[in-house]
Design a protein around this ligand. Structure first.
Ligand code: HEC
Length: 111
């Protein structure tokens, strides 16, 4: 019991640190999240796969916020299976990075 509480406390602390560390969303981190959460099985960053590319999402949401993308993301039934695997916070951070794709401001694999 005590061990479980310590583990929970450690979990909360590292989740907090992670959030702070990624206040400025870094492309590498965002793409790791996409991979870890199977988003890339249905989406490419560039080019349509089963779902729209993240570049297309970025264009569609021009002038919008990560919260707007998140609200829409939740409404797609196709995402039900992945919903439990990624936190709301992480998703919003990923969407913050997605929004930078349109401007080419994102570092990483952009040419
Ligand atoms: C099983 C396949 C599948 C997986 C896994 C998946 N998606 Fe999707 N996603 C889709 C499809 C299909 C659509 C388009 C649905 C439509 O337009 O009706 C979509 C749409 C979207 C959109 C566009 C929303 C909009 O308003 O246009 C975003 C953003 C998105 N997905 C992000 C993600 C992220 C992030 C993950 C991983 C956490 C993910 N998806 C995992 C299939 C998937």
């Amino acid at each position: 019991m005590k061990r479980a509480m310590i583990a929970a406390a450690v979990g909360v602390t590292s989740a907090f640190l992670q959030t702070v560390a990624h206040a400025d969303v870094d492309a590498q981190w965002a793409q790791t999240k996409l991979k870890e959460n199977a988003c890339l099985t249905c989406h490419y960053i560039k080019g349509k796969k089963f779902g729209p590319s993240f570049e297309a999402v970025s264009k569609k949401y021009k002038g919008k916020t990560p919260d707007d993308i998140y609200a829409s993301w939740q409404t797609f039934r196709v995402h039900t299976g992945v919903r439990t695997q990624i936190s709301e916070q992480d998703l919003k951070s990923v969407f913050e990075w997605v929004l930078t794709l349109r401007t080419g401001a994102a570092a990483g694999d952009r040419k």
